[in-house]
Ligand binder design. Structure first.
Ligand code: NIG
Ligand code: FE
Length: 418
């Protein structure tokens, strides 16, 4: 077989070889490291991963792109499995308020926060949203990200805007190198006009929005902001169960600020992931471990909210939970597309080891999007989504923080960023 791309003499080839499922607890240490590694791709797939030289059946021809892996660290394409990619505007105007001590939920309650991004998103045309999100995707790709999840949730009661966001995500998925997986998150805030009668809005989500999103195949997942003053446990449960009924897989913004019992709910209804979990209870963590629910942690958000509180990653891993990591990229609580910074935050602030971190942003991120059989590890038959880091080892990428270590990114077997 003729290879399209061969990367040889790789100092550190991190394969994440193993079962096609989220790696939990102690399994997160096993990263399948190969020294003096070699890897070959054909079309959009990996055809060989090993040590030393290629076997005779894999041919290097004149057309083969041969990359020298000396001094490089190579990993599966990074997966950013929780973002609010498509939105209008930015909220740097909140910085001064936040520095004076204003809290995220207070700004939201006063009609700012998500509500202000909602206005900007509503005002923006399809093309404006597309161009802005495309620019962010380009940045994400440059940091080694090859698959991104994108939530709606800035149209809220304006369903046309929700649809516009999901259609932008769909077009980006069709046209951009990076794969974009769509999540419906109409339940992102209680609209101001429904403040006194949230039930009416919940009924609209359940009876009108979810069926149409599912019918038009605009999203794979359904997500809810389960938080004090936003959607309660009971309301979140109802919305997520309505999604399940229509084939939308459940995800949840759980226990981000207040310990409401979101982790328990995630375990109870079998969410694909519970995200944030800064204030998750001991019982919630145990229930997640027992039910095998993935914890998707977003340390960039904790950092930016300046609460000084971080998700108890160590406790989760010790209890046997599988942990993924994401940016939560959005214009309010985490305005950054930089996955490598999140990896450093996870290590420095959540005390995760470099092995746990790379597992969290590859195979566990893939599992958080139910794509673990296609991406997330470098194994024969999987998609050729590969990052070449200009770094002598994994620790260096995480330790030397705040800069971009990417040398090149291969996506679907093509050099997407060089
Ligand atoms: O995950 N917490 C709710 N949603 C987002 C923030 C969205 C925003 O502030 O615009 C989050 O942090
Ligand atoms: Fe979020």
């Amino acid at each position: 077989m003729k290879a399209d791309i061969v990367i040889k003499s790789i100092d550190n080839l991190i394969t994440l070889k193993g079962p096609n499922r989220a790696r939990k607890g102690n399994e997160m240490k096993e990263i399948g490291l190969i020294k003096n590694g070699i890897l070959a791709t054909k079309e959009d797939k990996i055809i060989y991963v090993g040590e030393g030289e290629l076997p005779p059946e894999i041919e290097i021809t004149e057309e083969t792109i041969v990359i020298d892996g000396k001094g490089k660290t190579i990993t599966p394409g990074l997966v950013d499995s929780h973002t609010h990619l498509v939105h209008g505007g930015s909220r740097e105007n909140e910085l001064a308020m936040k520095l004076k001590g204003a809290k995220y939920l207070d700004i939201l309650e006063a009609g700012g926060g998500i509500h202000s991004t909602m206005k900007a998103t509503r005002k923006a045309s399809f093309d404006e949203l597309y161009e802005k999100a495309k620019k962010s995707l380009d940045v994400m790709l440059s940091f080694g990200v090859t698959t991104v999840e994108a939530k709606s949730g800035y149209g809220i009661e304006d369903f046309d805007t929700e649809i516009k966001q999901m259609e932008v995500a769909k077009k980006l998925n069709d046209e951009h190198h990076v794969d974009v997986v769509s999540t419906f998150m109409g339940a992102h805030a209680i609209p101001i006009e429904y403040k006194d009668e949230p039930r009416k809005f919940i009924d609209i989500i359940i009876n009108e929005m979810i069926p149409e999103v599912a019918e038009r195949q605009l999203a794979k997942f359904c997500d809810v902001f389960c938080e004090k003053g936003v959607f309660s446990i009971e309301e979140s449960k109802e919305i997520l169960e309505a999604g399940i009924k229509h084939g939308l897989l459940p995800k949840i913004h759980a226990d981000e600020i207040e310990p409401l019992g979101g982790a328990e709910l995630a375990a109870q209804i079998g969410c694909v992931s519970a995200d944030h979990l800064v204030a998750a209870s001991e019982k919630g963590i145990e229930m997640m471990a027992e039910k095998g629910i993935l914890a998707n942690l977003l340390p960039g958000t904790s950092f930016n909210l300046q609460s000084g509180k971080y998700a108890p990653a160590r406790k989760m891993i010790e209890r046997g939970v599988a942990v993924a990591l994401s940016t939560d990229y959005n214009p309010g609580s985490c305005p950054t597309e930089n996955m490598q910074l999140i990896m450093s935050f996870a290590s420095l602030l959540l005390k995760m080891t470099p092995e746990e971190v790379i597992t969290a942003v590859t195979i566990n991120g893939a599992a958080s999007l139910k794509l673990e059989d296609k991406i997330g590890s470098l194994e024969v038959g999987k998609k050729a989504d590969i990052v070449v880091f200009d770094a002598p080892n994994l620790e260096y990428i995480i330790y030397h923080f705040g800069i971009n270590h990417t040398d090149r990114v291969i996506k679907n077997g093509k050099q997407a960023f060089v």
